[in-house]
Ligand binder design. Structure first.
Ligand SMILES: [Zn+2]
Length: 84
């Protein structure tokens, strides 16, 4: 009879120990998940990057100067690119 209680106690300790470890893991995973999500968000709100056809620098699409199919990082490069 005592053996059963003893094993039950051990099982309970293991179970609660495992649960607290699992909770900590889940919290950690949640935090990592949120970090990933925030990174994804900034990537999404950071929009698409386009390459300057003149110097090869990457600029956000909204800041790029688009002429036809080509994108440029600044007005000078856009004009230089057009001349070529
Ligand atoms: Zn450029």
């Amino acid at each position: 009879m005592f053996k059963i209680l003893f094993f039950a106690a051990i099982a309970a300790v293991i179970y609660f120990g495992w649960r607290s470890v699992r909770m900590k893991q889940m919290e950690l995973e949640k935090r990592l998940d949120q970090q990933e999500k925030s990174v994804q968000k900034t990537q999404q709100s950071g929009e698409r990057m386009v390459q300057c056809a003149n110097c090869g620098v990457y600029v956000p699409e909204s800041e790029a100067i688009r002429i036809g199919r080509d994108c440029y990082c600044c007005r000078e490069h856009a004009e230089a690119g057009r001349r070529r």
